[in-house]
Design a protein around this ligand. Structure first.
Ligand SMILES: Cc1cc2nc3c(=O)[nH]c(=O)nc-3n(C[C@H](O)[C@H](O)[C@H](O)COP(=O)(O)OP(=O)(O)OC[C@H]3O[C@@H](n4cnc5c(N)ncnc54)[C@H](O)[C@@H]3O)c2cc1C
Length: 384
């Protein structure tokens, strides 16, 4: 098989890359190891806060409008607490002059909608389930061999195969990885009181707790907890777990009842030495992994896709040309660097029991609340 681009990894980032490049007229092959899970009847505890900018991108791809609207919940405001004795830092859509600050939706819902859209595209080869066995980067083309013996030849490989990218390893791109020694414990709940479409977040010295509004009186929780505490949370009975979560959020939504069992993900900061290599571009977690405290990992990945697609569809050269790939990397560097540095800085500033830092962070939060220009700058990034 000979195609313009081969994308390895068909998660949300890889599937949206395939869709956007195919719509743009390139011939594309997408290689994915396993079929997406389709069970959308149950709630998925893996959720994303998607920015309005990325929702617009998914709308342009024809995917957003195909989603079950009854499972998408807008965020109208955000409240962020540092020291509980101080009031929260408030952000709201009305002051930002937008209809909503973002949308909460489930991973499985988004993933299956993207894969359904892929089925409608001609000139797109989806190879799934398929496992890669060898990659050979040549001067003018790349050869990919699958375990079943099939061979693909292409001008450009796009690595969208997640944080432990096999492709990145084959290309010898180095990464610096640092464990936060935290797990992101996720679960969904029904709550006694309405959430008012407000995303709530508590920065504590032993972790970060986020409650994100789902449809009706439901929320999705992401609790970034240090490993021993996370292990304890996962061992609680459902009743104890609900009580502990409600207490950690100061019972602000009343009693809670879990609607999905808790599950957990290790949290890692991963910086790539580069987002490109000869005839290779990396997107999503294959290119960077950040702490989820700002709900920005997937959003960064979708912004990689938008920029890469724009650069590739505009180029007059071959799509794997080094100058073209450099344009992609240059355009993405600042956003990726800023997001990984800000999330890392906040995690270290807050998940720390140094009293001096405690003073600094609470004074900082209070100051930001009274500095409209700083708030506007923070909001601009969160809406992109
Ligand atoms: C607790 C938690 C909460 C989060 N919350 C948010 C949030 O609210 N908002 C947000 O923006 N981000 C959030 N994130 C980050 C987000 O989950 C990731 O950034 C995102 O899932 C990365 O998507 P991806 O498609 O790049 O990688 P993945 O989702 O890892 O997809 C990689 C795909 O590649 C396939 N694959 C892997 N290896 C191969 C191979 N060799 N051959 C073929 N296929 C292969 C896999 O099967 C998979 O389908 C959160 C992360 C965590 C841990």
């Amino acid at each position: 098989m000979n195609v313009d681009v081969v994308i390895i990894g068909g998660g949300i980032v890889g599937a949206s890359t395939a869709l956007a490049l195919s719509h743009g007229g390139l011939s594309v092959a997408l290689v994915e190891a396993s079929l997406p899970q389709e069970n959308n009847a149950e709630w998925d505890s893996r959720i994303y806060a998607i920015t309005p900018g990325n929702a617009e991108f998914l709308r342009d791809l024809g995917v957003w409008n195909a989603l079950d609207a009854s499972r998408i919940n807008p965020i109208h405001a955000m409240q962020v607490w540092g020291d509980p004795s101080n009031g929260p830092l408030n952000f709201d859509a009305y002051s930002a002059g937008v209809a909503e600050l973002g949308f909460i939706l489930e991973n499985r819902l988004m993933h299956t909608a993207l894969w359904k859209a892929l089925e409608q595209v001609q000139d797109l080869e989806v190879l799934c389930p398929a496992r890669c066995s060898a990659l050979e980067f040549g001067k003018d083309a790349v050869q990919l061999t699958l375990e079943d013996g099939r061979n693909l030849s292409t001008k450009l490989i796009i690595a969208a195969d997640g944080a432990n990218s096999w492709v990145r390893k084959q290309a010898g791109v180095e990464v610096v990885a640092e464990s936060y020694h935290q797990l992101g414990v996720v679960a969904n709940f029904e709550t006694e009181k309405p959430h008012g479409n407000i995303a709530r977040q508590w920065f504590k010295d032993d972790g970060i707790l986020a409650w994100l509004p789902l449809l009706g009186n439901r929320i999705s929780m992401v609790w970034s907890a240090f490993e021993p505490q996370a292990a304890t949370l996962l061992e609680l009975t459902p009743e104890q777990f609900c009580h502990t979560v409600a207490e950690a959020g100061h019972h602000s939504l009343g009693a809670m009842n879990s609607i999905t069992p808790p599950t957990a993900f290790p949290l890692v900061l991963q910086r790539n030495q580069s987002m490109i290599a000869p005839r290779l571009a990396m997107v999503g977690d294959a290119a960077h992994q950040v702490h989820p405290l700002a709900g920005q990992g997937m959003n960064l990945g979708l912004r990689d896709v938008q920029v890469l697609v724009e650069v590739l569809l505009k180029t007059q050269r071959d799509v794997g040309d080094w100058a073209t790939l450099r344009r992609y990397e240059r355009a993405r560097k600042a956003d990726v660097f800023a997001m990984s540095s800000v999330t890392d800085g906040l995690q270290k500033l807050f998940n720390n029991n140094d009293p001096m830092l405690g003073f600094l962070r609470n004074t900082g939060l209070r100051m930001v609340n009274h500095l409209p220009q700083v708030k506007r700058a923070l909001m601009a990034r969160a809406l992109a």
